[in-house]
Structure formats: C-alpha cells, structure tokens
Design a protein around this ligand. Structure first.
Ligand code: NAG
Ligand code: NAG
Ligand code: NAG
Ligand code: NAG
Ligand code: NAG
Ligand code: NAG
Ligand code: NAG
Length: 395
C-alpha cells in the first residue's frame, strides 16, 4: 500500500521534473457509448449510441436525446441502402422544427409550406446539403444510394420517442456497428392509415398528410424539382427571412463568412435565429489546422452546444475532462456555461454545429467575421478579417 503510494508520488515528481504538466484534479473520460440520461458533457464516437431498426434494413442512432440535452434538441442518424419507398409518410409536425442534413450517399427531400399555392419543392441531397422544415411544413424523405445517411435534428427534443414506439428491434452498435442491416428483403413498413394509427401518430407530434392532398413530386431535373425555380448546386441559395417557410441549401452555396481570430474559420450558417424564433441555430465551420504559433479556440456559451464531425480531426477539450481527438461522424455535446477549447490538427477540418439558442458558437465568431465568397480559407497565415478591403486582393 505504502510503496504504491510512494511510487505514485515519485512518478508525479519525475513528471514535474521533466516539465510535464500534471493535473492533480481527477479527470474522467468524456467518451461514452450511449447518450447519457442527464445533461453533462459527452463525446459519442461515430456509429455508437442506442440504435433501433426502423425497417428490416434501415437504422436510427440516437446521438443527442431529450434526456441528454435537457429537452433542448435531439440529433439522430438515419442509415440505409437504396430504398424504393419513402422513409416516412408525408407529414407535418405541430411543435417540432426539423432539420435534415445529408451526411452520406444521396437522400431525396421534400418540403412544402401548408398554405394555399405554396410551392412544392423537392431535392436530391448529397453530403452537406440541408433542408429546413419548420412546424406545419409537409415533408418526407427517401434514401437513394447504397450507403445513405440522413442526419436529423429536432428542436425542442422529444420527437425521437416516435422511433422507439415504432422500433422493429434494437440495432447492435457495441461491436463493429454496421451502418445498417445488409438485407435484401426490406418492404415498406407502412400499411393503410387507420384512424387509430393516425391518432397514435398525432400523440407523437406527427400529422400524416392526406394521401389525396399531397403526392410527392418526382420530376427531378439535375437534382431538383419545384415551382420556385431556386438554384440547386448551380447558384447561391438565400434562406427566406421568416421562420415558417421550408427551404433547402446546397453544400457551399449558402452564405459564408471568414473569421481570423486564431487560424481561419469559414462559417456557413444554415439555420439562423430568424428561422427558429431564436430557439436554435445550425450550420458548419471549416477550420485551418493550428500552427505552432497559434492558440486554440475557446468558448463558453449561454446555451447547450453540440457538433457532429464531418472532415479532418479536431482536438476537443471540455473543462475538467481529458482532451479527445474527434474524427468523421463523432458527436460532442457541451452544456450551457461549460468552457471548452478546440483546434484542428489537419487542414480543412469541418464540423456541423448546433446551438440551443441565438447566442451560440457562430454568434460569437460572426461578430468578428467578414462575408466570404469561398468555402476555402486564405492560402497563407496572417490575414486579418477585420483589416481594410485592400487586403482581400493580396490573397
Ligand atoms: C430518460 O431518463 C429517465 C431517468 O433516468 C429514464 O427513466 C428514461 O428511461 C430515459 N429515457 C430514455 C428514452 O432513455
Ligand atoms: C392561388 O393561385 C390561383 C391560380 O394562380 C390564384 O387564382 C389564387 O388567387 C391564388 N391564391 C392565393 C391565396 O394566393
Ligand atoms: C421557442 O422559445 C420560446 C421562448 O423563447 C418558447 O415559448 C417556444 O416554445 C420555443 N419553441 C420551440 C419550438 O422550441
Ligand atoms: C394543412 O393545414 C390545415 C389546417 O390549416 C389542415 O386541415 C390540413 O390537414 C393540413 N394539410 C396537411 C397536408 O397537413
Ligand atoms: C442540367 O444540367 C446540365 C449540365 O449542367 C445543363 O446543361 C442543363 O441545362 C440543366 N438542365 C436544366 C433544366 O437546368
Ligand atoms: C504565425 O507564423 C506565420 C508565419 O509562419 C505568420 O504568418 C503568422 O502571422 C503567425 N501568427 C501569429 C498569430 O503570430
Ligand atoms: C481586429 O483584429 C485585431 C487583431 O486580432 C484585434 O485586436 C481587434 O480587436 C480587431 N478589431 C475588430 C474591430 O474586430
């Protein structure tokens, strides 16, 4: 007992001698294998977490839940193969605001405001493409590539309960965690709508659109169909200035801003406070790798914050926890008021951010950013985004 203690003391002093920083405060791993039932910082690695089978082959993984976010928002990933049928009956939500973000393969998305003459829009989404579905908008989606993943965000949280109610069994994510169940026979799970089924869905905030009233259009040309003649991967997307109209933003075709506080960050907001009654924001941030003479970025936010990794490697440290290296598909959650720091170790590290309010990570960064035309950051370090316009020509 005593000798163990002395050995421990010795290793501490040896480490101190060689100049290592030794924290005597206990550190615990932030990494979990299922979203916690209470609000705490956590990192959920790619393809981990509780998961269910939505159909014989399609899976739903629960990364952020009503429990883990204190009711603020939920995040789940929906994986599957090419499917000949819609993953959901066309429907609206009464309360829930839904965000769709294609993260693998191809996902067809439909959205229409439930109003007279509203334009009926549809898109074929590839990774990085986004759909905003406010409460009351008719929508549905379909997976159409052999390895498709549609990321869904719901706020407030809680809509994910529906997937537990309609679960066709658990999907094992503890071991090798296949994206979905590779099985040929996967019929549509939807039978005829009965009044009982309709009411059961309503109790879960899903209002099925009458089949005769809404038939998803399939007249796609170059990945898009709709009356509004909006660009799709062939021109800029300008989100509407109101919180009730559904919209789509193609990857890298929405608004972009450059922040140069430390290294470079290209910020692409997808949903802003204007679109969510100030309850939620979401978008992406592309970062340059940290140079030896640059510091890490830090933040302490007034709302719960989360990110889902998309490219590169991010070193992420939450106060009181060991730092972790995040890779594609990893999810991190940080409660309001908890300080965290982050930096990229490789060029062009990208993540999708989520904030449970209007003063999130991008709010802090956008206060010191300039409008920027490109998803690429400047070619050499040292450019200041707040310097006069002339510097822009020197890139
Ligand atoms: C949420 O947390 C409560 C309390 O720990 C637990 O009883 C409940 O099962 C959790 N819900 C889910 C969906 O895990
Ligand atoms: C809907 O469109 C029809 C035909 O273009 C038009 O007559 C009608 O006024 C429109 N209704 C509204 C509410 O805009
Ligand atoms: C948005 O926030 C307001 C309070 O600011 C709240 O009353 C409302 O329920 C929230 N709506 C959603 C969809 O979260
Ligand atoms: C659209 O909203 C009206 C009420 O305003 C409702 O009666 C109708 O069922 C809704 N349509 C769909 C497709 O949800
Ligand atoms: C579809 O894309 C091709 C190639 O960019 C273009 O030539 C064609 O005009 C597009 N069709 C429409 C209807 O926009
Ligand atoms: C870091 O060094 C580069 C040159 O390698 C320089 O351009 C840049 O301004 C330096 N950044 C800081 C924050 O000192
Ligand atoms: C411009 O950048 C410098 C250097 O980072 C900083 O000290 C200054 O506060 C910034 N000015 C504004 C208006 O953001």
């Amino acid at each position: 007992m005593k000798s163990t203690f002395c050995g421990w003391m010795l290793s501490i002093s040896l480490l101190a001698l060689v100049g290592e920083t030794v924290s005597l405060a206990p550190t615990s791993s932030i990494v979990v294998d299922t979203a916690p039932n209470d609000v705490r910082p956590y990192v959920l690695p790619k393809y981990k977490g509780d998961a269910i089978k939505l159909t014989s082959s399609q899976t739903i993984r629960f990364s952020i839940t009503a429990n883990s976010s204190g009711g603020a928002f939920s995040l789940l990933q929906h994986n599957g193969k090419v499917s000949g049928w819609l993953s959901a009956r066309p429907h609206t939500h009464g309360l829930t605001h839904e965000h769709l973000y294609c993260t693998r393969g191809r996902c067809q998305l439909w959205g229409q405001k439930n109003a007279t003459n509203a334009s009926h829009e549809a898109r074929v989404a590839t990774p990085g493409d986004y759909g905003n579905i406010p409460p009351g908008s008719i929508h549905t989606f379909q997976l159409v590539d052999p390895d498709s993943q549609l990321t869904h965000v719901f706020h407030p949280a809680g809509f994910e309960k529906l997937f537990h109610v309609f679960s066709q069994g658990e999907h094992d994510t503890h071991g090798i965690s296949s994206p979905y169940v590779p099985i040929l026979d996967d019929p549509s799970p939807f039978g005829p709508m009965t009044p009982q089924e309709y009411n059961r869905l309503v109790s879960l905030d899903l209002y099925a659109a009458p089949e005769e009233e809404y038939i998803p259009r399939r007249d796609f040309v170059n990945g898009t169909a709709g009356e509004a003649q909006q660009p799709w991967h062939d021109g800029p997307n300008h989100p509407p200035n109101d919180p009730t109209t559904p919209y789509f933003v193609a990857k890298d075709w929405g608004p972009k801003y450059l922040n140069t506080d430390t290294g470079y960050k290209v910020i692409q907001p997808l949903a802003t406070p204007t679109h969510t009654h100030r309850n939620f924001t979401m978008g992406t941030i592309i970062m340059s790798n940290k140079l030896a003479n640059e510091s890490v970025s830090t933040a302490t936010l007034p709302h719960h914050f989360a990110l889902q990794m998309e490219e590169g490697q991010l070193v992420f440290q939450v106060q009181g926890y060991d730092s972790v290296k995040l890779l594609h598909g990893d999810v991190a959650f940080v409660p309001a008021g908890v300080t965290f720091s982050y930096h990229a170790t490789v060029p062009y590290t990208k993540f999708m951010y989520m904030n449970a309010g209007d003063r999130g990570l991008e709010y802090q960064l956008l206060r010191r950013s300039v409008p920027w035309e490109f998803p690429a950051y400047p070619t050499s370090p040292g450019f200041r985004a707040n310097s006069t316009g002339s510097k822009f020509t020197q890139l």
